[in-house]
Design a binder for this molecule. Structure first.
Ligand code: AHR
Length: 323
């Protein structure tokens, strides 16, 4: 059984850490002779409502900033992102930005960009590499902290033995690794809470539904779903309803993102708690890109500040929600 909580911050603010910048490893990029900055952006895909809002933010803000955007959708495949980055290098863009689908395996292609003197900005997701000179800055959320917030809520609201099933994001992706880690760190303080099954739903609604259907068949007692994003949580809701149970009551649901569909389900009582992950990174990305191309110092890490939402808070903010 879960108790209700009523007070959780829900401030939606973006703030840059203003600590000393890295500037990275030498390359500064260049504008075309006409003075136009070109950005090659290798997007992860279109797997979720979050991603759609993120893509729109990047496209809108590039236009507003007068940056010529070359955009590619990797359909959640690392090989496609690598191909796109190589093509941006060949086209001699001023700056490359990308959201790495997985954390590992980037050193070779990023070294090629560095040798071509094209600066790279990581946005949304980071990479696992010892060589921080391969990119100028990383703009995005603290995913471990997001997992901790989800775990904190469960620890505060669970009473008695609580069986959790986890819908993980894309295998090897930073938000999947980190949201798992932060959540586990927090629930470790309450041995009654157990993750009884954990599997990837690839950050998609259909993936979340499919995995939840399997969990409902294989697990005799499920009290809570922890979904690494709203879309998988929304897929799980469909599976729970189809199994004749009531989402939000018979099975509690915690998700991450706070996109409109997720917030609507939270306001309707079908989700119990959402940890926010803000997709509106476009403006900050364009500001950073301009600085990097001009050879100015930038912070090596720019963290997105985010809140959390209860059902009551979702009802209050839903009418003004941008995405
Ligand atoms: O990297 C951000 C994550 O990717 C979002 O939480 C998820 O919805 C998306 O697919």
């Amino acid at each position: 059984m879960l108790k209700k909580i009523t007070t959780v911050a829900s401030v939606v603010l973006l703030s840059a850490l203003t600590a000393c910048g890295s500037g990275g490893g030498g390359s500064t990029g260049s504008s075309t002779p006409g003075g136009t900055t070109t950005m090659g952006f290798a997007q992860v895909g279109a797997e979720s409502g979050w991603r759609t809002a993120n893509t729109k933010s990047i496209q809108d803000e590039a236009k507003a900033a007068g940056i010529d955007l070359k955009f590619s959708d990797a359909q959640q495949k690392q090989e496609n992102q690598i191909k796109a980055i190589r093509s941006y290098i060949q086209q001699k863009v001023s700056v490359i930005a990308f959201s790495p689908v997985v954390e590992t395996g980037w050193d070779t292609v990023l070294l090629e960009a560095k040798r071509a003197n094209i600066p790279v900005i990581l946005t949304d997701r980071s990479i696992d590499s010892d060589d921080t000179s391969l990119y100028k800055t990383f703009l995005g959320s603290d995913f471990v902290e997001e997992g901790r917030k989800a775990g904190d809520w469960l620890v505060a609201n669970a009473s008695g033995p609580t069986n959790v099933v986890e819908l993980q994001g894309t295998t090897g992706a930073a938000p999947a690794n980190d949201r798992k880690k932060g959540f586990e760190e927090k629930i470790a303080s309450k041995p009654d809470i157990k993750v009884v099954a954990s599997q990837t739903g690839d950050f998609t609604r259909s993936g979340g539904k499919q995995v939840m259907e399997a969990f409902l068949k294989s697990q005799p007692k499920i009290d809570v779903v922890y979904a690494h994003n709203d879309d998988m949580g929304l897929g799980a809701i469909e599976a729970i309803k189809a199994a004749g149970k009531v989402p939000g009551k018979d099975i509690k649901i915690i998700t991450v993102d706070a996109v409109k569909d997720g917030m609507q389900a939270l306001a309707n009582g079908e989700i119990n708690y959402i940890v926010e992950c803000n997709p509106l990174l476009g403006k900050q990305l364009m500001d950073l890109a301009k600085k990097v191309v001009a050879g100015e110092q930038v912070p090596e890490r720019v963290v997105t500040e985010e809140g959390t939402f209860t059902q009551e808070q979702a009802k209050a903010v839903l009418p003004q929600r941008q995405y």
